[in-house]
Design a protein around this ligand. Structure first.
Ligand SMILES: Cc1cc2nc3c(=O)[nH]c(=O)nc-3n(C[C@H](O)[C@H](O)[C@H](O)COP(=O)(O)O)c2cc1C
Length: 337
């Protein structure tokens, strides 16, 4: 069975990729991921805020001999949980490269162009096979129009692309008005792949304490549908590679990603819930399904359920929305009136 897939100019032995997760902070875990069959791994992110602070604080500390650096970092997670120093990140990346032979993709997490992007170059020099740029941000300022938000993102991608020669994937939020148009612009700015989509970690309300509390919930398979929808629409409309992250838990989910048009299906929550060896189970199920359905390669399936490939495109468009709503029948036994 040919499970190979081309992503970011790299030939992966499997379309199952481990997306950015704290599990990858351990080289042992990276080795387990490779042994279980992962096609590539993406390291946890290094954050724009951290890189900006590092540079600014270093300058300040040199100037006044203060300890502002430590103070200003206090809102970032502590080093033993998530926060890396730049040197530690580079050292981890180098250790990863020494210990696994699958591609290791470094991750930068930021939303605006700026001096912090210099670090992309260092990640390339440290041996990263590619870079994933997570552009998580929240547009909370009512004076900033969406066009400005998008332009900032495009400028950021262009800036990073100018500083490295390794491929760059852009991890996007689903909250853009016109995703296909943005995809085109990112492609023009040099993005080699689009990763759909970031999950929004929405805080919950504690109504007794009158507090807004951060909450991290692992994904469910239902979240995959949004990603399938947009990848199926983008397939054939962009020269960027496509990756899905969010809601991939089983072999069936991986198959759906490929059929929508993705080169790779990424997993994080599933591995937190079931452990790293789950990759091998998913891979075996994938092979079994392909054998039973007489497929011989991943490439053969790619895009077969994309908007371009299906005779009836209405499921992707407004037509289906109307059909779905109007076909709904009230549940029997529920007191509606
Ligand atoms: C605990 C945790 C930490 C994460 N850290 C990062 C990160 O540093 N950078 C990033 O791009 N994504 C990060 N993610 C997001 C995942 O890479 C992934 O995109 C998301 O969880 C959706 O995939 P899933 O449904 O397979 O979990 C994190 C997710 C979790 C659960």
């Amino acid at each position: 069975m040919d499970l190979t897939s081309d992503y970011l100019g790299l030939e992966l032995k499997s379309p199952i990729v481990v997306s950015s997760t704290p599990l990858s902070k351990s080289v042992d875990n990276l080795m387990r991921m490779e042994a279980a069959g992962a096609g590539a791994v993406i390291l946890p992110s290094l954050f724009e805020e951290q890189l900006t602070l590092d540079a600014a604080a270093l300058e300040q500390d040199l100037a006044r001999g203060s300890e502002s650096y430590a103070e200003s970092l206090s809102y970032l997670p502590s080093q033993d949980t998530y926060h890396y120093t730049q040197a530690a990140y580079v050292a981890h990346l180098q250790a990863a490269k020494r210990n696994v032979s699958i591609p290791v993709i470094a991750s930068l997490n930021g939303a605006s162009p700026g001096g912090w992007t210099y670090f992309a170059k260092e990640l390339q020099a440290a041996g990263a096979d590619a870079l994933e740029l997570n552009t998580y941000s929240l547009a909370t300022d009512p004076t900033i129009p969406s066009s400005e938000v998008e332009q900032g993102l495009i400028d950021l991608v262009a800036q990073i692309k100018r500083s490295v020669t390794i491929p760059v994937a852009v991890k996007l939020s689903p909250q853009f008005t016109t995703i296909p148009h943005l995809a085109r612009q990112l492609e023009t700015a040099g993005a080699d792949a689009l990763v759909l989509f970031n999950r929004f970690y929405q805080p919950d309300f504690d109504i007794d304490k009158l507090e807004v509390v951060p909450r991290i919930v692992f994904s469910s398979r239902e979240e995959l549908l949004l990603r399938l929808h947009w990848v199926a629409i983008l397939f054939g409309n962009t020269s960027c590679d496509l990756a899905i992250t969010g809601g991939v838990h089983t072999a069936e989910d991986v198959l759906k990603c490929i059929m929508a048009g993705a080169q790779v299906a990424m997993m994080t929550s599933a591995l937190h819930l079931r452990g790293i060896p789950w990759i091998a189970d998913v891979q075996s199920d994938l092979i079994r399904w392909m054998e039973e359905h007489e497929y011989s390669s991943i490439r053969q399936m790619r895009g077969s359920l994309s908007r371009r490939s299906v005779p009836d495109t209405s499921p992707f468009d407004r037509g289906n929305y109307i059909k779905t709503l109007s076909s709904y029948t009230l549940r029997p036994g529920v007191p509606h009136s």
